[in-house]
Design a protein around this ligand. Sequence first.
Ligand code: SAH
Ligand code: SF4
Length: 445
Amino acid sequence: MNVYDSEQMLARLKPLGYQPSASMEKADLIIVNTCAIREKPVQKVFSFLGRLPHLKHKNPDLIIAVGGCVAQQEGTAILKRMPHVDLVFGTHAIGRLADNVRRIALKKHRIVDIEMSPDIDSINSVAPENYNQNVSRFVTIMRGCDNYCTYCVVPYVRGREISRSPHLIVEEIRSLVNSGVREVVLLGQNVNSYGKKEGTVTFAQLLTQIAAIKDLYRIRFTTSHPADLGDDLIASFQTDAKLCHHIHLPVQSGSDKILKRMNRKYTRASYQKKIDKLRAVCPEIAITSDIIVGFPGETEHDFKETCNLLERVEYDGLFVFKYSDRPNAPASRFSEKVSEGEKQERLAAILALQERYTVKKNRALVGSEEIILVEGFSKQHHDYDHHEAAIQYSGRLSSNKIVNFVMHGDKDTALKHGEGPGLKGKLIRVKIENALAHSLKGAAV
Ligand code: SAH
Ligand code: SF4
């Protein structure tokens, strides 16, 4: 979401003459786009900001801005703590960014803009540019969240759930496709409730509209909330040829007691039922998840239940987080906090357990031929003396697994590939030859 928001910021600042810069030393404007989901990224923001004053001494006209969720959460406190920061702008102030920057450049006063306006299209309606020529791009389809999981800061820093209009989303993707994009990843905290408040279209219907865009090859989305994952979306994996065979379905915990305390609104059994349905309509579907270890009240028994769920489901991949208290989130006031040491132990144990399944799933692919969407070069090697060359590309399977593969050829073909886009943005067939822990290796067929 922050990647998408940063692109929106860039698009808003272009008319003022700003361009992306490769070096902070040369920049006239530095924007730190922040994340507040856990305590660690918030600490990182402050230590990063703490390293910037010398740049302001070198260039007194430099404008330093802090955006995103930490800006929303901390507001004026950032200006107090960081005297060199000029602008603090929240998650709903991207549409006003250019105006704020202009005002600061003219008058040199400091601004805090953390007003939450519900007008989503005014935030997002700038046509994005494919400035980095990516094959795959994020597209935010909804903002905010109404779920109020007890550990989570999102509803407080990103506000109530709002869905963008389907026609604006389709238009935006069409323009991305015209600039070479072949895959989009649709973003929302709970894509299953897309359009419900607005009464537009359902998420499954939105997928159908997007799938009709010519020259778009693949569609991904994240995140689907397990409680709201409905049969229509499950059926899309069977009926929608462009929808990738991967779902990120964060379970957070395998213990019903903890799920209840988290306010996740599903049980372990109902979650497993949805996994079974997904696998029934799409047997090869890759399933990934998020786990929080050390939620307040999580006993060794609860933790074992999570481990046991992992063994049952056999995820393709997992993101594991140590619980951290967030401001305003109710769980920060819960008792029975788990010690840092225990959290660390549980994190390590669950990562080690998952590694088994990640490797198992990767190994199962060795020897098969798969279609991958090429994202770019990973390495090039020209052996001019032997008039042979091998170019290494990188791409993804429908299941989102990364494959590095070689294309053997003569020197001329290699040079032609090396100078142009080569296979980038193409769907090609690759034979999987080797499975590593977090990626696969293969050769173009
Ligand atoms: N909307 C998505 C999740 C977005 S936040 C969903 O409901 O699945 C991404 C992940 O961060 C969450 O799935 C959770 O695992 C983790 N997370 C959120 N708040 C956290 C906290 N206070 N401590 C640790 N991990 C947290
Ligand atoms: Fe946070 Fe829960 Fe909303 Fe996800 S669904 S963003 S975890 S409140």
